[in-house]
Design a protein around this ligand. Structure first.
Ligand code: S3P
Length: 449
């Protein structure tokens, strides 16, 4: 499958996006560990999240799916049963790393396998803390990569200072901590998405925020079964938010998006670049804030994205790099070496594709320097098998002269099954569907952070 993209007409649109990927993984895992039936709505039925569902089913959890976005999970009080064979995590790093934490403390053995691309990604980052907890994990691939052979054992709580700002590492340790004896504490070098701890708390598992910022969990707790509705994925909305932001006069409303502040840093970046953004949190009843984002486009200007912002925009960096290429001046991304170990080496992929589209880009070890020229030219670009590269460059095509073809675009199914349809609606709007006023004037307008 490929995307054929032409220049977008003026964007004046209102949309919702599918459920949040990170929250979907966590909701189904924690529901599976709970003491009863949990109905999950707004679940993201993408390839990655369905890998987690498949894994939990293989571990003896009954999960019904009466509608694509609805799961009925029959929690079994943390009792998982030995899988009939290898557990295939596909291309989903979140599935493999979170399950490693969950499986390390079981009374049976398991083996996690994945796609060729996932089998090249680093797993030492979860194996190190889990081994300190007593886990017995062997990486069968070169350089501590998958397949992972896990011999289940009793775990003990530890205090772990994570050298990497990674929500997947934190989550693997917290899930292992739930099964371990005593208290487990994770300290992270800078704040990452907090969905695991919020979801655990929602299911009435006690965690403690330590004075020095660490997060602790006490072992031997069973989550209380509850229903949960997953908000839209702001990392999916990001593609359209940037499209509207980069078009002077563009105007977009995304309703029912997740607005957890460990995930909304991209809005601050877009404000710095000149876009007008309003967000209105409409619901926090179910722990994860959700609401509406409204964005009005402008002639963007370059910015610097670095330091503590990086873990909070890690998945948005491909599309923010495209925004940089459309802006005037230089956009610099630093301290983002983690991009090199995502579904592909995203630094190299972004540089390669932006150059193919006529942008001037310098590849740095830990980021990119992009000299925006305000326009791009259509080209054939590669997805590199990476969903966020495919989607970012489809959006780049909306701003290019001529046609842009994004090859091997089927990978978007990993996180955003409806992307092709949304792209088509942006390119061929039927009519203005906007309802005004959009967000009441009482809603706080984000001025920069
Ligand atoms: C995720 C965490 C991030 C992110 C990934 C999803 C998660 O990875 O890039 O898409 O759901 O925990 P890292 O934790 O490796 O930074």
């Amino acid at each position: 499958m490929e995307f054929r993209v032409k220049r977008a007409p003026r964007i004046e649109a209102e949309m919702t996006v599918p459920g949040d990927k990170s929250i979907s993984h966590r909701a189904v895992i924690i529901a599976a560990l709970s003491n009863g039936v949990c109905v999950l709505r707004g679940f993201l039925p993408s390839e990655d999240c369905m890998r987690t569902v498949g894994a939990l089913r293989a571990l003896g959890i009954r999960i019904e799916q009466p509608e694509p976005e609805m799961l009925i999970v029959h929690g079994k009080r943390r009792l998982l049963t030995p899988p009939p064979g290898d557990i295939d995590c596909g291309n989903s790093g979140t599935t493999m790393r979170l399950l490693a934490g969950l499986l390390a403390g079981q009374s049976f053995d398991s083996r996690l396998v994945g796609s060729a691309a996932l089998s090249k990604r680093p797993m030492e980052r979860v194996m190190t803390p889990l081994r300190q907890m007593g886990a017995n994990i062997v990486a069968e691939g070169p350089n501590d990569s998958a397949p992972l052979r896990i011999t289940g054992t009793n775990l003990r709580g530890i205090e772990y200072d994570s050298p990497i700002a990674s929500a997947q590492v934190k989550s693997a340790v917290l899930l292992a901590g739930l099964l371990a004896k005593g208290k487990t504490t994770v300290n992270e070098p800078s704040i990452t998405r907090n969905h695991t701890e919020l979801m655990l708390n929602y299911f009435l598992v006690r965690t403690v925020k330590e004075e020095d910022g660490g997060l602790s969990i006490f072992g031997d707790q069973t989550p209380e079964s509850r229903d949960f509705t997953i908000p839209g994925d702001i990392s999916s909305a990001a593609f359209w938010l940037v499209a509207a932001a980069a078009q002077p006069g563009g105007h977009l409303l995304v309703r029912d998006s997740g607005l957890n502040d460990t995930r909304t840093t991209l809005l601050g970046v877009l404000i710095r670049m000149g876009a007008q953004v309003r967000e209105a949190v409409e619901d926090v009843d179910q722990i994860e804030p959700r609401g509406t984002v409204e964005i009005t486009g402008a002639s963007l200007k370059g910015t610097i994205i670095q330091g503590k912002e990086i873990p909070q925009v890690i998945d948005e960096l491909p599309i923010l790099a495209v925004a940089g290429a459309l802006a005037s001046g230089t956009t610099t991304i630093r301290h983002a070496e983690e991009l090199r170990v995502k579904e592909t080496d995203r630094i190299a992929a972004i540089a390669h594709n932006l150059r193919a589209m006529g942008a001037q880009v310098l590849e740095l070890n830990d980021g990119l320097e992009i000299h925006g020229r305000g326009s791009l030219r259509g080209a054939r670009v590669a997805s590199f098998g990476d969903h966020r590269i495919a989607m970012a460059f489809a959006v780049a095509g909306l701003f290019a002269d001529g046609e842009t073809v994004v090859q091997d675009a089927q990978c978007v199914q990993e996180s955003y099954p409806g992307f092709a349809k949304a792209l088509d609606e942006i390119m061929n709007p039927k009519r203005a569907r906007m309802t005004t006023p959009v967000i009441s004037s009482l809603a706080p307008s984000r001025d920069d952070e």
